[in-house]
Ligand binder design. Structure first.
Ligand code: 9UX
Length: 72
């Protein structure tokens, strides 16, 4: 099955920032889709919970250089 996770992502200042976050998330196993919204500081992720979890996704966003918090 699929889960959704919504993150607050702080520090993105341009659309290339959002693109790099999106690419990094999509490189993880078990990611079905990732949509990063630079204007609203949000990342919406659709994932297979047997392969990846919210904390791994959150840490991946932080590794790119932004502050990520799970909202829901
Ligand atoms: Mo350009 Mo967005 O360095 O950080 S990708 S502002």
């Amino acid at each position: 099955h699929l889960n959704t996770a919504l993150f607050s992502v702080i520090g993105m200042t341009c659309s290339a920032c959002a693109g790099s976050v999106e690419k990094a998330i999509k490189r993880l196993p078990g990611i079905e889709n990732a949509a990063v919204d630079v204007l609203n500081n949000r990342a919406q992720v659709l994932f297979h919970p047997n392969f990846v979890n919210e904390e791994t996704i959150r840490e991946t966003i932080e590794d790119v250089g932004f502050e990520a918090t799970l909202i829901e």
